[in-house]
Design a protein around this ligand. Structure first.
Ligand SMILES: [Zn+2]
Length: 397
């Protein structure tokens, strides 16, 4: 199966400057390519990757900054653009700005990449035009190299290798099913009553973040001090992000190892976190509360958990099923009665129809499990039926 391995790069100052320029070139190719695609669409026409790549090769004669970048990374950018336009539609694909998009570029051809280990702690990779670049050898590559992506994150440069690890998709593990609620109070609650949570930001870090943000507000735009503060903030945010992705990977691994079927709510993260501001004519209500919830949702990393679950499930012989979220937090998992009043508080569920009381997130997780079992059309995976069987059409409950 294909998997990713990320390492911290140690560029020389020259290499770093050059990497920034390659990132700039790819960003400009993306934006120019997108502009052209939109112009064609306005005329009811279409431009293909092949045509865009041909024009880009021509343009290299006139633009030295384009010619100096490795041509495969530029072509890959155009390929990525084509895929993005096909998936999301030409009008919904976003421009890339220098401020909002950290540089990233991919070397798609493994024949142009060599990786060597040079000491216990260091490895090096040879990349087209950049030459040998050293990186921190924190774990073995563990498979056959497919491609490499260079990216900047939190002020540091990384290389991410895509490798074929030679591990075949695992057969179903035959373990019981579980429902998972991705709560706001705790990160993850399961139908068997397990809660998994951790703080991603320590109180000290939160205080430091606030202080840096205040500093930033006082500093003059474009000043060196402001740039230094921004870099410190980026470093801090990256640390929090890493901690969160460690937690998500660990949680996803445990859930898929212990369970043959993991049921989660198919929440449309995008629309849930969209601002409640509303339009001029219809101003939204509860804008403040919504903003707070947004932060809570994003800081628990819902989207990331789903990605991790699906990745780990393939290794652990498990399966992830999404069900539409329908009253999972208001429905009683014991008697099935739906009543908003049953949700006594954020933490406690007390059914208004029967005597059932319990943790609200666990109650929701049980409802999610029940919905998942209904959708997959089987009582439990442990009954030995094939997991390959297609589930029936999902109808909104
Ligand atoms: Zn009840």
């Amino acid at each position: 199966m294909l998997t990713g391995r990320r390492y911290l790069l140690a560029f020389t100052p020259e290499q770093e400057t050059f990497a920034e320029r390659i990132g700039d070139a790819c960003r400009m190719v993306w934006n120019t390519g997108l502009e052209q695609r939109r112009a064609y669409r306005r005329r009811g026409a279409f431009v293909s990757y092949v045509e865009q790549a041909r024009q880009m090769a021509e343009a290299k004669k006139d633009f030295p900054w384009l010619a100096e970048a490795p041509s495969h990374t530029l072509q890959q950018t155009l390929r990525d653009l084509e895929r993005a336009c096909k998936t999301h539609g030409t009008w919904r694909v976003k421009w890339r700005s220098r401020r909002m998009n950290a540089p990233t570029f991919r070397f798609p051809d493994p024949r142009h990449i060599s990786v060597e280990r040079i000491s216990r702690r260091w490895g090096r990779v040879k990349l087209p035009k950049l030459g040998w670049v050293r990186f921190r050898w924190t774990r073995p590559l563990g498979g056959q190299l497919r491609n490499a992506t260079v990216l900047k994150d939190g002020g540091r440069w990384y290389i991410s290798f895509c490798v074929e690890d030679g591990i075949a998709e695992t057969t179903p593990n035959g373990k019981p099913a579980v429902g998972v609620d991705r709560g706001v109070k705790v990160a993850v609650a399961t139908s068997d009553g397990t809660m998994r949570d951790r703080w991603f930001v320590t109180p000290g870090e939160a205080a430091r973040m606030r202080r840096l943000q205040q500093q930033l507000a006082r500093q003059r735009k474009g000043s060196n001090r402001r740039a230094a503060t921004r870099a410190k903030l980026a470093r801090l945010n990256a640390r929090v992000r890493n901690r969160r992705s460690d937690f998500l990977a660990w949680t996803a691994d445990r859930l898929t190892r212990d369970h043959g079927l993991v049921v989660v709510e198919d929440l449309k993260i995008k629309s849930m976190t969209a601002s409640a501001k509303g339009t001029g004519d219809a101003p939204g209500r509860g804008v403040r509360q919504k903003a707070g919830l947004n932060r809570a949702i994003l800081s628990k990393g819902w989207g990331g958990l789903l990605d991790s679950l699906e990745h780990k499930a393939r290794y652990n012989g498990s399966r992830v099923v999404r069900v539409p979220p329908a009253y999972t937090s208001q429905r009683c998992s014991a008697c099935g009665a739906v009543d908003a009043k049953s949700r006594e508080s954020q933490a406690v569920f007390a059914c208004t129809s029967c005597a059932h009381t319990g943790n609200a997130d666990v109650n929701a997780a049980k409802n999610i499990l029940a919905a998942g079992l209904a959708v997959t059309g089987r009582g439990d995976l442990a009954d030995g039926r094939s997991v390959k069987r297609q589930p029936p059409e999902v109808k909104a409950a």
